[in-house]
Ligand binder design. Structure first.
Ligand code: PLP
Length: 429
């Protein structure tokens, strides 16, 4: 594969951008190669600057549930752009999107738009603290909630991928207010939440973890989490930045029938433009300025281009049959993939729910951070490079999800399965 242009861009980028990238995992360090620079993408196919084409299972890390450059999303952005790109004043588009989001996500009565998933989680936690008058945030090992200071404690995503235990620059004083406990462990959960000395304001959870690879929650765990937080007056925050509009129109909360107090959204909600949102019960949301005392603001929040892209995206996913078809396609693909894995002399465990999945290179079940860490990252790196050589673009880390989109056709999925079978055979040699 010719990669000269990517190599020369990476060289230039490293002179002026830390690590040559604007988000660490993109540098591909943990999979042992240099990044490819993208020229364009359409549907399920990404084209790099050297002209190589790949079937994409990254989907910009989740947002592209319709595939790339969906005509309705692009048209909405183009139409909106000619009338101006930012006003710092309310627009009709943000009202329309807020109504659509509240109508789609069952527990949302009010929603506030921000510019990223990190802003959404950071603001939701501030709100929970302001609302309860308490300080401590409980999270789960291996869950990632963006890069705000209080979340960089046993975090997932790039923090695991690069083996960073926390982060320099995050003051001890902040970290001491974040408690991280094991995912899917009801006993530790109950013991922690019932400890009155802890002064817990909120629990934030990925209702399906996507950032230590996909880890599906046990229903007993989620139910207990809801029961205990309700009983103890602790705000329950579902971080649905990945799962929102992915696992169902109403996200994981619709799929599992468990309603949080606050929900964080990102990725799909912006149609590929920078949008995040947090929302929930009216009583809590009314604490936000200007109605209440909890401050949160943004120059570009509710940006018209981003709102138009999000609206166009949600209009498509709300169409009859969208999630059913995505589910059927993902189910078929995962079944074939599991068959290939079972026939290969490479030990793997496939975790999947809906259109998100991770093939872990370990024979043992993956149910939490500890078991995820048993996966063989070095073997994943070889698999990643082989898949890339075969024209399939996976996430450059073992601890991420692969996403299927509405744009993946049977032919794309069949080709990806063929390349996977070939790659597994080579790994077993
Ligand atoms: N929460 C979850 C569950 C995420 O997966 C991410 C990003 O991957 C974030 C929050 C942070 O979102 P952003 O990268 O848009 O700041």
């Amino acid at each position: 594969m010719k990669t000269d242009l990517s190599a020369s861009l990476f060289e230039k980028a490293r002179q002026v951008i830390p690590g040559g990238v604007n988000s660490p995992v993109r540098a591909c360090k943990s999979v042992g190669c240099d990044p490819l620079f993208v020229r364009k993408a359409k549907g399920a196919v990404v084209v790099d600057v050297d002209g190589n084409e790949f079937i994409d299972f990254v989907g910009s890390w989740g947002p592209m549930i319709l595939g790339h450059a969906h005509p309705e999303v692009i048209e909405a952005i183009e139409k909106t752009a000619v009338d101006g790109t930012s006003f710092g004043a309310p627009t009709p588009l943000e009202v329309e999107l807020a109504e659509m989001v509240c109508d789609s996500v069952p527990s949302l009565e009010k929603v506030r738009f921000v510019n990223s998933g990190t802003e959404a989680t950071m603001s939701a936690v501030r709100l929970a603290r302001g609302y309860t008058g308490r300080n401590v945030v409980v999270k789960f090992d291996g869950c990632y909630h963006g890069h705000a200071d209080s979340f960089l404690v046993k975090a997932g995503s790039g923090v695991i991928t690069l083996g960073i235990p926390g982060s320099p620059g995050v003051p001890e004083d902040i970290v001491k207010n974040t408690l991280s406990i094991p995912y899917n462990n009801v006993e530790v959960l109950e013991e922690t939440l019932r400890d009155e000395k802890l002064d817990i304001a909120c629990v934030i959870v990925e209702p399906v973890a996507g950032n230590m690879g996909v880890v599906v929650p046990e229903m007993a765990f989620l139910k207990k989490l809801r029961e205990l937080t309700a009983e103890l007056g602790i705000v329950l925050i579902f971080d649905e930045v990945i799962t929102g509009f992915r696992l169902a129109l109403g996200g994981a909360q619709e799929r599992f029938g468990i309603m949080p107090d606050l929900t964080c959204l990102g990725k799909i909600i912006g149609g590929g433009l920078p949008v995040g949102a947090y929302g929930g019960k009216r009583e809590i949301m009314d604490q936000i300025a200007p109605d209440g005392p909890v401050y949160q603001a943004g120059t570009l929040s509710g940006n018209p281009l981003a709102m138009a892209a999000g609206l166009a995206m949600l209009k498509v996913v709300r169409r009859e049959g969208f999630y059913r078809e995505l589910e059927e396609k993902s189910d078929w693909f995962a079944g074939e993939l599991a068959g290939i894995a079972a026939g290969a002399a490479v030990p793997t465990t496939l975790n999947r729910i809906g259109s998100m999945m991770t093939c872990f290179f370990t024979p043992d079940p993956v149910t939490d951070f500890e078991s995820a860490m048993k996966a063989d990252s070095e073997m994943y790196g070889r698999h990643f490079r082989q898949m890339l050589a075969g024209g399939v673009w996976l996430a450059p880390s073992q601890f991420e999800a692969a996403f299927i989109s509405g744009a993946h056709e049977r032919s794309h999925l069949e080709k990806a399965l063929e390349v996977t079978e070939w790659s597994f055979k080579k790994l077993a040699e």
